[in-house]
Design a protein around this ligand. Structure first.
Ligand code: NAI
Ligand code: MG
Length: 380
């Protein structure tokens, strides 16, 4: 059978970025050596604050070029107090990178890596148990990219406005991303589209195009529509009702995905993907890699950087998403998720579960990585 060869660019960045990426690299190396049919070529590049220090630019041309030639990018995090007041800031590199790579779909799963983490949720266990959904947020359109204007003179304009605008094509392509993600499980996940169609014209278009696209191109998928205000309530009162794939416009997705991210109990646990296309389901005949940038949802955590105590789970689970969405390696993606679950369920000497500081423990970053890798080897 044919060899699947993929190029992965690592941009660890600043703060805890390099610490958590180092553990994810161990996982990538295990995947690579587990099968002669899978070849992962890794290379590291400067990005963020460290790139400002070394090149005077948070996104040097050489880094951008490497990312454009890669099949996927793994990012740690960027930023920190050292560059906070400068004219050139690390976060500018992040915005430019997303734009240059055409990443129009932001994917954030919210689920419990292990049921043993339910106690960390701010929601009651009976409400939080079994929460398992994927937020698909449109990332380069809508209110954040529509025309912005101020009327009147400085320093205090009399009025200001932002425009929420979507084209049919923009809604079609994000709907296809949501649909393809729904098809990565058996049976497929339900699709919940979220809008404000009772008020906004852009939302009425959104609802119409989502409905048409699913009906025509994905007739077997289950689709429903929720209003965004009601969805915000459901997320904390009965979140299992939204299990499946949530698809929504940029600002609604920004707010709802942050709301959803607190349910599993720590920022350090959650992965994300930003895609430049719709992923192809792994066993499809016409499988082509779908370019994506993968990163944990947290930032560079300067308060704990350099101590070796950051939680690497969000970054390790980002690798699972990379294998699933960019490389079509669903079996390996599942194995990583199972290894994470088993690692979180395993006990240290003394009977304590393996927990980093953000989850109330004192286990080090490296020990979590070690345990995940050891379990993963037995699963592949
Ligand atoms: P943050 O996510 O870095 O940290 C918030 C809190 O959560 C801190 O107390 C931190 O110690 C803790 N935390 C975060 N990740 C953790 C992990 N893996 N393990 C254990 N604890 C963890 O957000 P903050 O403090 O607002 O931002 C710090 C810097 O990161 C800023 O410069 C910000 O601009 C940048 N940032 C970068 C992002 C990115 O690269 N995509 C995203 C968010 C913030
Ligand atoms: Mg946000």
């Amino acid at each position: 059978s044919s060899t699947k060869s993929f190029k992965v660019v690592l941009i660890p960045g600043d703060g805890i970025g390099p610490e958590v990426v180092a553990q994810a690299v161990r996982v990538l190396n295990v995947i690579d050596s587990s099968s002669p049919e899978i070849r992962l070529q890794l290379e590291s590049h400067d990005f963020g604050g460290i790139a400002i220090d070394n090149h005077g630019d948070p996104l040097p041309d050489s880094t951008l070029k490497a990312c454009k030639e890669a099949d996927a990018v793994l990012l740690g995090a960027v930023g920190g107090p050292k560059w906070g007041v400068g004219k050139v800031r690390p976060e500018q590199g992040l915005l430019k990178l997303r734009k240059e790579l055409g990443l129009y779909a932001n994917i954030r799963p919210a689920s419990f890596a292990s049921d043993s983490l339910l106690a960390n949720s701010p929601l009651k266990e009976s409400v939080a148990k079994g929460v398992d959904f994927v937020c698909v947020r449109e990332l380069i359109g809508g209110l954040y990219f529509g025309e912005r204007k101020e009327q009147g003179s400085e320093p205090q304009p009399e009025a200001a406005w932002d425009t929420m605008i979507y084209s049919v094509e923009e809604v079609q392509r994000i709907t296809r991303v949501a649909a393809q993600i729904a098809l990565t499980t058996t049976p497929p996940m339900a699709v919940h589209s979220i809008d404000k169609a009772n008020v906004l014209a852009s939302s009425r278009l959104w609802r119409k195009v989502v409905t048409e696209t699913i009906t025509k191109e994905y007739p077997t998928l289950q689709l429903d529509h929720q209003l965004v205000d009601s969805a915000a309530m459901i997320l904390v009162s009965n979140p299992r009702k939204l299990n499946g794939v949530i698809v929504t416009e940029n600002m609604f997705g920004d707010i709802l995905s942050d709301e959803a991210s607190v349910i599993p109990g720590s920022l350090g646990l959650l992965p994300s993907a930003s895609l430049a296309g719709a992923p192809v389901v792994s066993d499809a005949k016409d499988f082509k890699p779908c370019f994506g940038l993968y990163e944990p949802i947290h930032g560079s955590a300067p308060d704990i950087a350099g101590q070796g105590i950051a939680n690497p789970i969000g970054t390790i689970l980002s690798v699972a998403l990379m294998l699933r969405y960019s490389f079509g390696l669903e079996k390996q993606a599942k194995a990583i998720e199972e290894a994470v679950r088993k690692a979180l369920d395993s006990k240290e000497q003394g009977g304590l579960e393996l927990r980093t500081k953000d989850l109330g423990g004192n286990v080090r970053t490296e020990q979590i990585g070690e345990q995940v890798v050891n379990i993963l080897k037995t699963l592949l």
